[in-house]
Design a binder for this molecule. Sequence first.
Ligand code: NI
Length: 208
Amino acid sequence: MKRPVKRIVFCLGVALLVVAGFMAGRDMMAPKGWLVDTPSSQSRGAALIGGPFTLVDHTGKTVTEADFRGRFLFIYFGFTYCPDACPTALTAMAEALDIIGPAADRIVPVFISVDPERDTPEQMAMYVRHFHPALVGLTGSADQVAAAAKAYRVYYAKATEEGSDEGEYTMDHTSIVYLMGPDGKFRTHFSGHATSPETMAKGILDVL
Ligand code: NI
């Protein structure tokens, strides 16, 4: 219990320092053709975002996109060991939902792991409750996660830092929050770690 909280607090501090580096590095991280968070890619990528997925939620139940039909989905891909972007994005998402108030009941916030090796349903359950009571953690097999990430044009890759212990790794990943409509279609998106909760709330209310 103690470690994740410490990690999140630490990460929020680190996030401020690395945001600039992340923003500069993200385009290099994403191969050509993947959606990156630049204004020019917004209209081009929007229609291609979303689609069927089969994943396992943080209670261990297998779910598909059809289980969420009829409600807005507020989706972010990341991993629970993420030191920076993920805690920042998930905190902003949670605060945006709080700002929206009762209307947020129509929205399901979802955190999809790109690190199924470490992010078991149990690990996801432990993690998501630190952010928002409604946050659903989704993970699955490597293939299930790959298919979901592909549907959302999310890039991710394992990365090992020089000098780190054997078996220790981090994940590079796209940091975009998606809002999908009750029909499963793309509505809008935000930079995950560089958008204020107020801006997210306003953007959501515009399409709710
Ligand atoms: Ni992350």
